[in-house]
Design a protein around this ligand. Sequence first.
Ligand code: PAF
Length: 283
Amino acid sequence: MNTLHTIAQLRAAVSRARQEGKRIGLVPTMGNLHAGHIALVEKALQRTDYVVVSIFVNPMQFGAGEDLDSYPRTLPEDQAKLHEIGTHMIFAPNVSEMYPEGMDGHTRIAVPVVSEGLCGSSRPGHFEGVATVVSKLLNIVQPDLAIFGQKDFQQLAVIRKMAQDLCMPVQIMGEPTVRAADGLALSSRNGYLSAEQRATAPQLYQTLQQIAARLQAGQRDFAAIVEEARVQLVAAGLQPDYLDLRDANSLQPADEQTTELVALAAAYLGTTRLIDNLQFSLN
Ligand code: PAF
């Protein structure tokens, strides 16, 4: 396994693999890899012959006042984890390789509707930054398959829509969220939590599970169920950013007719913003 830092080097390596008839997989990450990322890479290793993992903390998707500077950068540890599972190539460009003329004036990809609301409301410009960097990575690697985590449910929907609308010749795959034993979704940002906050954090997923259980038990007052869940989060010490029930396929607000739902939440514990979601069916 090698780590390449330039687009030209990576293109040459991928092109050699393709000439050998290999199917190419891509797992885009921002590094600080945990078991959730490793599950994505393992899936890519099962489905393709040559797996590229990109590690790039993309400044375009961070807003003013967000954690761009403090976001954990752990390349040596990430390299060791990826080496151990048989990853073929790491692409770890620096910011000037990805944005040689800076970000002002750089082409940006906007994916309307699905980027709006939820994280799109609290993090203006975030999904434009994600869609732009993912489209660049897809163009650089030109993979047959690209894999993303379902923890970032709205991000996955944005990327799927972008790939479909722009006729990108790639299969986009979403993989289930990996959780700690107490249910907390694994996230690089969990590392920001104090011991006390870490003990409170699983309440986020428990609240989503309770929403699903109430609906699956036949309750249908969506607004009341969501409001009570919000109050419960506050009582537990979390500061909800949003808590919502959506159609899992369209990400539009769920109504009485919706059978495939997703409950989505973002909440702060101190300054750390956690997100999670739970997909479920109603018959
Ligand atoms: O989910 C992430 O880690 C990032 O948003 C992604 C998809 C790698 C783009 O920077």
